[in-house]
Write a protein that binds this ligand. Sequence first.
Ligand SMILES: [Mg+2]
Length: 231
Amino acid sequence: MKTYKCLFFDLDRTLWDVETNQREAQRILYEKYGLERYCPGFDAYFDAYLEINDRLWLGYRDGTVTREYLRNHRFTELLGRFGVRNLKLAIRLGNDYIRLAPTFRNLMPHARETVEYLYGRGYPMDIVTNGFDEVQHVKLANCGLGRFFRHVICSEKAGANKPDPRIFRYALRKAGVGAGEALMIGDDPENDMEGAIGAGIDTVYYHPTGTPHGLGVTWEIRDLSRLREIL
Ligand SMILES: [Mg+2]
């Protein structure tokens, strides 16, 4: 089996449980700001948030939405869904959310023990993420995984978002390894898999649902603990 000199991990939805953590954070904001006055229920509020947030993140990745727009506008639009036009409230929600969400610590199944195992095996590991630099550092510190990773490669520093090969080349330079010596582990078929493949990096597709796809990945796993069989 090939020996890799560096492992690149995606963070959101690969190690950090985005769905659970953002639901918990939004629940607190919903109650703090009495949003039940405007919304038919938390689930309707949260579903609307997910739809708006996912769309804006796609725009951010593709360069059609700026970071500031993403941070501020998602709550303006969310409140607008429920007929509320209150820019002050939207900005307070946006700022609170950015502070609060990364403090939640739920991880994907077997993330912690797998990262500890790989660290124990001596693999140098870096995070490669499209998330905001300061947010991703807070998440890693809070969930206790920070010490296992040497670098957090964010699109802001690399000058490009995944799946652009430039962010992977930047990560390779930081790690001091060639493309053939690194392995990218991630959940996103386009950002992580196609991106890494485009940069000549081997891939592990973390794909819990196991639904069919046409990606030419090196390995596919439905559970992170399977990495022990590969590495
Ligand atoms: Mg991800």
